[in-house]
Design a protein. Structure first.
Length: 83
C-alpha cells in the first residue's frame, strides 16, 4: 500500500510512508470542466515594425506620466487615479 519497513542498527524500527502526491486521476480537470466558456473578444491588431517602435517611443518618452517623487509610473499603476 505504499509503506515499507526499515530496520536500523538502533533499537527502534521505523516505517517510511510513500505518500500520495497529487490526488486521484478521477478528479483531473475538475475546475476547467466547471468553468463557463467565454468567447474570445475581437481585438484591434497591434502595430508592427516601425509603427510599433513609434508607439513605444511616444508612450515612454513623449507622454510621460510621473508619480510621486518624479518617478515614472508603470502601465498597470493606479497612481494617476488617486489624485
Amino acid at each position: 500500500l505504499g509503506c515499507f519497513f526499515v530496520s536500523s542498527s538502533s533499537s527502534f524500527q521505523e516505517y517510511i510512508t510513500m505518500g500520495k502526491v497529487h490526488g486521484s486521476l478521477a478528479r483531473a480537470g475538475k475546475v476547467k470542466g466547471q468553468t463557463p466558456k467565454v468567447e474570445a473578444q475581437e481585438t484591434k491588431k497591434q502595430p508592427r515594425g516601425r509603427a510599433k517602435k513609434r508607439m513605444q517611443y511616444n508612450r515612454r518618452y513623449v507622454n510621460v506620466v510621473t508619480g510621486m517623487g518624479g518617478k515614472r509610473v508603470g502601465p498597470n499603476s493606479n497612481a494617476d487615479k488617486m489624485k
